[in-house]
Design a protein around this ligand. Structure first.
Ligand SMILES: [Zn+2]
Length: 485
């Protein structure tokens, strides 16, 4: 018989083979499996529970700020997609098409949505009549398909992925821009407060904006392998989409005006980023705000102490449950404590409480933090409050570690060779003065597959040097180069 304890262990090392480690982790921790078609994954209940955790937080914040959920078809007629020329050009190589149904060829082929501006904006055009209908803020939680030929990496690179896409229409550009910034801020907050990941906020360079957008903003987070992850973007679309889809309204002056629009989305990459950032060679490490189980109580007994230990543990678990904590009592008879510890560590539960005869006798509880194994004996009295404090500490440990990592990995370079050498050696972000020409980025991309992931949001910030580090021409802004997912 195989040793069940053996199956729980991650055999790959996060430090030495991060790609293999991540692949093994998502499967052993029960987050996802690979579908029979390349590029697709099956999200298992534990993985989906984490996505629901992200949804719960974001969806609440969206609704608090005027957003309504809706749902649009997954198919978009080709003629709709073609109405905004940059969308069709931008996504064309990645669009999956439906050309027949049953035994019939379709009159018009249908795109499987790569994003939904082209189907949502025409309806906004019908629903918006006057300035009183604005702002209109719609969101949908759905999946989209982008047929890119790359290696599958669950939650990072898949042809179909889950996300939310918000689409809003406004009276003027200022209001649409405020919307763009509000959603960016909510994505930052999700990363920092819920996922315990610090982010950099920035704009995409002109040549790398969302097709048809005037400005694309994004949050970037640093992964342990030194690459940057972009899990959320927020686009200021100006009046281009509104023009193309005829979104107009009658203002107080009784004249017809073109609306301004914005769109914004966060995908399950945020989930993948969280898993990759905090987890270790023992398995998942989850921030308390999103962990399906925040606390596991493990009673440790011998035959003669079984009853008192189990009673004490059950009562303690009930008290935590009553206080609104997500708690699991692991009183399984057929597993020894060592096995249970390993299993809950693999599952990433932030806090373990061990209850043995000593704890019962002294009216105490032993609390163990998942990220670093720190063990603290606490009094039984007021345990719910104590546990909440410890969960805050676990969050703080995770955030601080990620923050240190980010701070250590933003460097500067003054020349082309320094830029190449610094990214080559350390990964992370390298800030450099840039002339604004795509060609200079291409030169770096061709050499080491690093790109400009963002430029600072504040356009007044200016370049950190007078001349572009790559071509020597006058610099116009500061570019953040990094390898990215
Ligand atoms: Zn240049």
């Amino acid at each position: 018989m195989s040793d069940p304890q053996q199956d729980l262990g991650i055999t790959e090392s996060k430090e030495h083979s991060p790609g293999e480690w991540y692949a093994e982790l998502v499967q052993k921790a029960g987050l996802a499996d690979y579908a029979p078609m390349g590029g697709f994954i099956v999200t298992r209940p534990r993985g989906y529970a984490l996505w629901e955790g992200i949804q719960d937080h974001l969806d609440g914040w969206f609704k608090d700020t005027g957003v309504q959920n809706s749902y649009f078809p997954m198919f978009i007629p080709e003629s709709y997609l073609e109405r905004e020329k940059e969308i069709v050009e931008g996504f064309d190589p990645e669009v999956a098409w439906v050309t027949e149904a049953g035994n019939d060829e379709l009159d018009e082929r249908l795109a499987v949505r790569p994003t939904s501006e082209s189907i949502i904006t025409p309806f906004m055009s019908q629903w918006i009549r006057s300035h009183r209908d604005l702002p209109m803020r719609l969101n949908q939680w759905c999946s989209v398909v982008r047929w890119e030929a790359t290696d599958t990496k669950p939650f990072f690179r898949t042809k179909e992925f889950l996300w939310q896409e918000g689409h809003t229409a406004h009276r003027d550009g200022e209001s649409a821009w405020e919307e763009t910034m509000l959603r960016l801020e909510q994505y930052r907050r999700l990363h920092e407060e819920v996922l315990a990941i610090p982010v950099l906020e920035g704009r995409k360079p002109e040549h790398d904006k969302f097709p048809g957008a005037e400005t694309t903003t994004a949050v970037q987070s640093l992964m342990p392998d030194g690459k940057s992850l972009q899990a959320a973007t927020s686009h200021y679309l100006g009046d281009g989409f509104a023009e193309a889809f005829d979104v107009t309204y009658v203002d107080e002056d009784e004249n017809e005006h073109v609306a301004h629009t914005a769109s914004w989305g966060l995908s399950w990459r945020a989930l993948g980023g969280m898993v990759m950032t905090h987890s270790d060679d023992q398995g998942l490490v989850l921030p308390p705000a999103i962990a399906p189980e925040q606390v596991v109580v493990v009673p440790i007994w011998q035959e003669d102490t079984q009853e008192e230990v189990l009673d004490y543990a059950a009562e303690l678990a009930a008290e935590l449950d009553e206080a609104g904590l997500r708690v699991e009592l692991d009183d399984r008879d057929g597993r020894n404590p060592g096995f249970k510890f390993n299993e809950w560590e693999l599952n990433g539960v932030p806090l373990r409480i061990e209850i043995g005869p000593n704890e019962v006798e002294d009216e105490e509880a032993t609390l163990v933090h998942r990220p670093d194994g720190e063990s603290v004996v606490e009094g039984r009295e007021g345990i719910a409050e104590t546990v909440e404090d410890h969960l805050d500490t676990v969050y703080a440990k995770l955030y601080a570690a990620a923050e240190d990592e980010l701070e250590e990995n933003v460097r500067e370079a003054e020349s082309r060779n320094e830029l190449l050498g610094t990214i080559g050696q350390h990964g992370g972000y390298v800030k450099t003065a840039w002339c604004g020409e795509e060609g200079c980025e291409t030169e770096i991309k061709d050499e080491i597959a690093a790109e400009i992931v963002m430029v600072p949001l504040d356009e007044d910030e200016g370049p950190i040097d007078d001349t572009c580090a790559i071509c020597g021409d006058d610099a116009t802004e500061t570019a953040y180069f990094a390898k990215s997912y």
